[in-house]
Ligand binder design. Structure first.
Ligand SMILES: [Zn+2]
Ligand SMILES: [Zn+2]
Length: 271
């Protein structure tokens, strides 16, 4: 069993290809289950939207249909296709009301949570904190806060603050205290962390979260989901074999996925 629980559709404006081709790519790479998790629509245009960031609210029915079409293709290919969404967390929760209503109304299988600090509104909020160290620590605090809301199933790329230059690059070890505190909260909160393999293809060429953080996560008993964050069919399952090896070396025995917002697990079989 192998699942890729993070991928996009062209509705967000920065992913390409037909969803059905993502399904065929999964089949060719021995992946049994995929979950589409396109970027959640948000009508707060000034802060979260703009050209090529996320689908519009009125794209949702189209998104539902695209995933249903992909599911039909998956039936022929031996790949189960699930319907998820990549949600957002933001320090001012009052600005998330509309999104949280949507998460309750729509019958998603899986809800990821992203803290996209590179969004101008998020950066503005973080920069008020002063030093880069303070910003990094606050970011991990916000990851914990997001997990505590209970609104999301897994926190996507939980050390994303290490890229996109909101602050200068830093080694996870310099934030060990804040990161371990976050991991303890996540482990308690019944929320997973995502191992996101897209980092291996961009900027720092490292996993999200970094291997050091994963080692601490293993100690804290954190549960994991696995996702490629594909924005094109070539990225489906990217870097999975090496990452599965690493996870077993770190002592993880299981990975998780969600269907109907319920968690399931499967054994990691290293290559
Ligand atoms: Zn994207
Ligand atoms: Zn994504």
């Amino acid at each position: 069993m192998l699942a890729d629980c993070h991928m996009h559709t062209y509705l967000c404006g920065h992913a390409i290809g037909e969803p059905a081709d993502y399904v065929r790519a999964a089949a060719s790479r021995g992946i049994d289950l995929i979950t589409f998790t396109c970027h959640v629509p948000m009508s707060d245009e000034d802060s979260f939207s703009g050209e090529g960031i996320r689908m519009r609210y009125d794209d949702l029915p189209r998104y539902r249909d695209l995933v249903a079409e992909a599911r039909a293709v998956g039936e022929g290919e031996g790949v189960e296709v699930l319907y998820g969404i990549e949600g957002e967390y933001f320090p001012e929760e009052s600005r998330l009301t509309e999104q949280w209503q949507l998460l309750e109304q729509e019958s998603f299988d899986f809800v990821l949570c992203s803290l996209h600090h590179q969004l101008p509104c998020f950066r503005e909020w973080l920069y008020r904190l002063g030093s880069a160290e303070a910003i990094a620590a606050a970011y991990f605090g916000l990851v914990a806060q997001a997990a505590k809301t209970g609104k999301y199933d897994s926190i996507a790329h939980p050390d994303l603050i290490r890229i996109y230059n909101t602050i200068p690059p830093f080694a996870p070890e310099t934030q060990e205290k804040a990161i371990r505190e976050m991991l303890a909260v996540v482990a308690e909160s019944n929320t997973c962390l995502e191992v996101n393999t897209s980092g291996l293809s961009k900027q720092i060429y490292e996993l999200h979260p970094a291997p050091a953080i994963l080692a601490w996560a293993a100690e804290a008993g954190v549960k994991l989901t696995l996702g490629s964050d594909s924005h094109c069919q070539e990225q489906v399952g990217q870097h999975f074999p090496e990452v599965l090896d690493l996870l077993s070396q770190l002592g993880f025995e299981k990975l998780h996925y969600y269907r109907g917002r319920k968690r399931f697990d499967y054994a990691i079989s290293a290559s």
